[in-house]
Design a protein around this ligand. Structure first.
Ligand code: SF4
Ligand code: SF4
Length: 277
């Protein structure tokens, strides 16, 4: 993780900053001499939306997907849990989804794979231009795509790669991960780390938790919303973000049932009475 911090510093200091109208020359197709070369030995961080797209593509549950294809590195400096796509243990450390003909999950490949050769960065927590995200070019030496005769803008590349939908769900995640709790140095307890992992990454297990525990006895969730989250992973994901913001940061994104307040109050009254007596 220290390496990633150093890379971020290097990018912020030295890389030319691009905006959506900036132009660059690049193409990637089956006839480039480096075809498939980049699909191995690489750190690919998966977003919650990536995981939903990939597990659907593979027709498995999020729990199975996480177990079979990912790692969750532990580092005490991490503010929240992150998920990495697990590379193979062969000499080239190939991505589990690369095949002779290219990416086997191409329609649902992760955000990071779509973006390459573009990267995205923001100056960071301490900077006055916190929100000024910018794009930059990652020129990997193995990549011959820069020698191709195709000029395009950043905007065209993002459209071409279907990034917009990913960014839409990325914004919800960003609201969570750039919450002032984290910016002010807040640390999650082990229990909250587990909650974060569950609601963001393991959507099928989170759904079971919501419907099979006393969750719905504690929170006001109307019938329409219950139906939506029962059927739709993306609705479940947005619901999970609201639950996390309520539980981790105290935001008013969920409504606790009056009966829960009443029974909590009765418990406290009884405890105080006992202490007095
Ligand atoms: S997910 Fe697809 S595009 Fe991304 S590294 Fe793996 S094979 Fe390559
Ligand atoms: S190395 Fe570059 S050009 Fe070659 S397959 Fe990967 S992205 Fe495409």
């Amino acid at each position: 993780m220290r390496e990633l911090e150093n890379l971020k510093e290097h990018i912020l200091k030295d890389y030319p900053r691009l905006d959506r109208s900036s132009q660059f020359t690049f193409a990637c197709h089956k006839n480039v001499p480096c075809f498939n070369e980049c699909c191995g030995d690489v750190n690919i961080f998966l977003t919650p939306y990536d995981i939903i797209r990939l597990k659907k593509n593979l027709r498995i549950s999020s729990t199975e997907f996480l177990k079979k294809y990912t790692l969750s590195p532990f580092d005490k400096n991490l503010k929240y849990p992150v998920i990495l796509l697990m590379m193979g243990d062969d000499a080239k450390k190939k991505c589990p989804f690369v095949g002779e003909q290219g990416c086997r999950v191409y329609p649902d490949r992760p955000w990071a794979c779509r973006m390459y050769p573009l990267g995205m960065a923001s100056p960071g927590d301490e900077s006055p231009d916190l929100d000024r995200e910018f794009y930059f070019l990652l020129r990997e030496s193995i990549c011959k795509g820069f020698n191709e005769d195709r000029q395009l803008t950043v905007e065209q590349w993002l459209d071409d790669q279907g990034i917009n939908e990913y960014d839409q769900y990325g914004e919800y995640f960003k609201k969570l991960t750039t919450h002032r709790f984290f910016l002010e140095g807040g640390k999650l307890t082990p229990q909250k780390i587990e909650m974060f992992f569950l609601a963001c990454y393991d959507i099928d297990r989170f759904r079971n938790f919501v419907f099979e525990s006393s969750f719905l006895e504690k929170f006001e969730v109307d019938d329409v919303m219950r139906e939506k989250i029962r059927r739709d992973d993306l609705e479940m994901l947005k619901f999970g973000y609201n639950w996390l913001r309520f539980s981790m940061f105290g935001d008013s994104t969920m409504t606790v049932r009056q009966s829960v307040y009443d029974s909590r109050k009765a418990e406290l009254d009884a405890k105080m009475k006992k202490e007095k007596d």
